[in-house]
Design a protein around this ligand. Sequence first.
Ligand SMILES: Nc1nc2c(c(=O)[nH]1)N[C@H]1C(S)=C(S)[C@@H](COP(=O)(O)OP(=O)(O)OC[C@H]3O[C@@H](n4cnc5c(=O)[nH]c(N)nc54)[C@H](O)[C@@H]3O)O[C@H]1N2
Ligand SMILES: Nc1nc2c(c(=O)[nH]1)N[C@H]1C(S)=C(S)[C@@H](COP(=O)(O)OP(=O)(O)OC[C@H]3O[C@@H](n4cnc5c(=O)[nH]c(N)nc54)[C@H](O)[C@@H]3O)O[C@H]1N2
Ligand SMILES: [Mo]
Length: 758
Amino acid sequence: MDDAVENPEAEGPAGGWGSLKSIVRIYGDNRSRPAALEVLARQNKPKGVMCVSCAWPKPKNYHPFEFCENGAKATLSDLTSARCGPDFWQDHTVKALRGWSDHDLEQTGRITHPLRYDAATDRYVETSWEDAFAAIGARLKSLSPDEVVFYSSGHACLEASYLYALFARAFGTNNLPQSSNMCHETTSVALKRVIGSPVGTIVWDDLEKADAFFFFGQNPGTNSPRFLHPLQEAKQRGARIVTFNPVIEQGLVSFVNPQNPTDMLTGRETVISDEYLQVQAGGDIAAMLGLCKVVVEADDRALASGGARVLDVDFIAQHTTGFTAFLARIRDTSWSDIERESGLSEAALRRAGEIYVQAERVIGVYGMGLTQHSHGSLNIEMLVNLLLMRGNIGREGAGCCPVRGHSNVQGQRTVGIAEKAKLVPMDRLKSLFEFDPPDHDGMAIVDAVKALMQGRVKAFLSLGGNLVRAVPEQEEMERAWAAQDLTVMVSTKLNRSHLFPGREAFILPCLSRLERDEQAGGVQVVTTEDSFSNISASIGKATPASPHLKSELAIVTGLARATLKPNPRLEWDKWTGDYGLVRDLIEQTYPQDFRDYNARMFEAGGFYRGNGAHCRIWKTEEKKAVFTAPDRLNALSFSDAQGRYRLLTMRSNDQFNTTIYGYSDRFRGIEGTRNVVLMSSEDIAAAGLREGQVVTLVSDFEDGRDRQLPGLEIRAHTLPRGTIAAYYPECNVLISIDHHDVMSGTPASKSIPVRVQV
Ligand SMILES: Nc1nc2c(c(=O)[nH]1)N[C@H]1C(S)=C(S)[C@@H](COP(=O)(O)OP(=O)(O)OC[C@H]3O[C@@H](n4cnc5c(=O)[nH]c(N)nc54)[C@H](O)[C@@H]3O)O[C@H]1N2
Ligand SMILES: Nc1nc2c(c(=O)[nH]1)N[C@H]1C(S)=C(S)[C@@H](COP(=O)(O)OP(=O)(O)OC[C@H]3O[C@@H](n4cnc5c(=O)[nH]c(N)nc54)[C@H](O)[C@@H]3O)O[C@H]1N2
Ligand SMILES: [Mo]
């Protein structure tokens, strides 16, 4: 270990006893049903059930406990014994509930009945499924297709998602935005452009062969904890790990495997990062350019001395384009510019660069720390540059690893949840179902939110999610959402989006994937796709939270039947009875990805859908992998100014997006509250502030709009100067809808210009 980084704020390593205590606390808080423990034992195994939390893949050779702290929390929260039934609404109006926290709304438990909003009493009231479907169908039929948006959050299985997209297109629109528009859309756009594949290139075995992992803005300890197991194994066989992150994240510092009795009893920690570089928010382009400079300098020395080349010149010649311009850019950029823009020292970057040069096989891992910036796409192109220099894509033990969010967020895209018409085989849909799919693009999230605010969207359907809370411009969004003719939310639990009902509004409660899904043809299997493009079957066994719930698929088909003109090719009822028939349709629509779908879905670890870049087939315009010479050194859309900070919005260890499980972020030493803003001691002192002081964050966009978040307590935290941090979703009131990655439209939630007001 070179410079062991310590996390002064953490209450212990990632994993370890802290992790078990945390699971036990959530088990108690949720009054989870005992069946939850059986579900955990089957989680992420063949013939088991795929976790409802993140999209991290399931290994072929699974562990006895193939779940993590946060997967367990998600499971326990779905299987809570708390119920939010029709009687709940006798005591609460919608308006009163707007004063409740996200956590309190979540704690009301599972929604048990289909509900309709009653404006006269300002309450949701019980309705029947048939009445709900009929009323929604009638309203949709009165609207023009492009006035309706079909949103999905990445939970629903492939089968329901395919039919949802089919419903939208048969209705006449490609308005199919998805949560990835706020998340990894940057990946879909940038990776597609430079390597021809919109998703990560590695497979599970690569994790076991890599010599080094470079982490940029991804937090496995909280957001994909099962990743810590292969990382621990990698460290034990001598692999090196280098992390770039403004925040010292405990999962990237050290880990005690909670599923290894010896480690637990002896407290044996695995140190994760060999080098931990606290880059400033938005400074990664410069940091990666520094690493590239180390590679070029080492190659120059090798050339001079007649040693082995450091650049993979054969690969570069055969497989790439744009290298000459890129090389010139590297040579032209000075170390002092790199230091200023990254906030890192040349010496630290040289140490990290040496690890990169010495490793035969490198995996580049990233998450929201790269994607959620105004020039997030450039961040990703820069990471690809770094990997391409030494042929680290499309080779064993090497590649590009974006870590996806929701458990089926990637898969939904694969089966047609896409607002861009060119991403969908419309000709096949046309021949299979005999209707004319719309050929013009629909709206992604930013477009949809803007159209909503301008009154151009009349109805919003949400297959999961909590969009009002997840997007920027929250106050304006709440007003606009409630001004619609119709809002329909397919949900498991109450959330803030339900509290701004449209003129007609419905909450349609669905089964969780963990629960038994029984249809006319018997108990159903569903499938999901993970971050490594593996498709796995999942069988829910838990007793449904209420006998009145329907599966997401049955809700989609119920809505479609009530809305669309009859078409003998659209056999909604038959498909609802047997999801295997839907998988046949998916296979007919995407024959290459889903060959022998029904037969292969039970393969251990899932079946691999394949990926061009993984085999060095580059489906780019140039038919090669593309080097891009960055035209800037940071990913920001604003410059530094006196009193202006770069605010990054963070997730605690006790939340899943807008679902807040509790108030313990033990890795950051924050307990009992989320109303904090983290600043470096130097920044606190320089601004004449003090720890514990309560301040207001004011966004600093120069668009004349006043956006404020009051009531945040200042906490001193180990951060680079100028970078401050506070929680998502609370901070969404501060973000302008125009503040997003220029190429993909992903909101720039990791670099928001703000001022601190006393
Ligand atoms: N338990 C749990 N699991 C989850 C989720 C959850 O909320 N809770 N959410 C799910 C979803 S939808 C997603 S998309 C993923 C998100 O998972 P991640 O991609 O890990 O997302 P974040 O935690 O938002 O941010 C990642 C890291 O980026 C760092 N960062 C911020 N700005 C910068 C920067 O400019 N440069 C660099 N290098 N780093 C930066 C932050 O400090 C943070 O550690 O997780 C999924 N899994
Ligand atoms: N400032 C800031 N904003 C962000 C981010 C950030 O880092 N910073 N991250 C962004 C990211 S990465 C994402 S993905 C989005 C998340 O945006 P969304 O996906 O819209 O939000 P979630 O919080 O994941 O949705 C939670 C709700 O989904 C419902 N739900 C849970 N399970 C199921 C299920 O199985 N089926 C159905 N039908 N419903 C279910 C519940 O009712 C729950 O309240 O937020 C984005 N917004
Ligand atoms: Mo996400």
